[in-house]
Design a protein around this ligand. Structure first.
Ligand SMILES: [Fe+2]
Ligand SMILES: [Fe+2]
Length: 229
């Protein structure tokens, strides 16, 4: 795999890892390389990934305001249980970081554009190096398990409630709703009944706007994402 973040050519150290936990910020030189995709696709390619990252950022910020994240009743990281993750995620910024990594890799391992429930699992099995390069440090086993779990779940049908992946503000729910909003790329309006947050449908117009935005502009927007420091 090609090096893509110039300043990160040095080996990743444990110190850097811990530092990254506290202060991760979006890489300003962020670019998606076409070679990261196992299957060249217009509908699940670079444009889709960039739009899903922007939509996930928007939904995360709304979920935070709405109290779904970082409150005793919110925050869906209990979902990690099934996949063995165990790190405590009291920090909304870590959920944001995980969400950006998950959205980046979620469709990189597609093998075709048709209906497929396995490409999330394939991404979880093979795209960890891209997620870690993007984040700028290596993830602990439990941290990766949470991201891998959400990415695996994104291409599966939702399990019946009260599955944590339904839980508003969870990593899986945010990823799935952002991905669902970009169904506009198929020139069909997403069905709000499938959304996992009460406010997701309010962003359908925004999703259409993004669809009309050229890729270089999307790329610039993604590089300017992040949480207020
Ligand atoms: Fe997908
Ligand atoms: Fe997708």
């Amino acid at each position: 795999m090609e090096e893509f973040f110039e300043e990160r050519k040095t080996p990743i150290t444990d110190t850097e890892h811990r530092k990254g936990d506290d202060v991760w910020t979006f890489p300003k030189d962020f670019r998606i390389d076409e070679t990261w995709f196992d299957h060249k696709s217009r509908i699940h390619g670079k444009g889709h990934t960039l739009r899903v990252m922007i939509l996930a950022d928007t939904l995360y910020k709304r979920a935070l305001k709405a109290g779904f994240i970082g409150t005793p009743d919110g925050h869906g990281h209990e979902e990690s249980g099934r996949f063995g993750a165990s790190y405590p995620l009291d920090e909304p910024a870590i959920l944001y970081r995980d969400l950006m990594a998950a959205t980046l890799i979620h469709d990189l391992a597609r093998r075709h554009d048709g209906y497929c429930t396995e490409h999330g699992r394939w991404a979880a099995e093979t795209k960890r190096p891209i997620a870690e390069k993007f984040l700028g440090f290596s993830l602990f086993v439990g941290e990766w398990a949470t991201i891998a779990g959400a990415v695996t779940a994104h291409s599966r049908r939702d399990p019946k409630p009260p599955s944590p992946s339904y839980r508003p503000g969870s990593l899986t729910a945010l990823l799935k709703d952002a991905d669902g909003l970009d169904r506009v790329r198929l020139y069909e309006a997403p069905d709000p009944a499938y959304f996992r947050h009460p406010f997701t449908a309010e962003y359908i117009d925004f999703a259409w706007e993004l669809l009309d935005t050229p890729i270089p502009e999307l790329e610039k927007t993604v590089a300017s994402l992040g949480l207020p420091v």
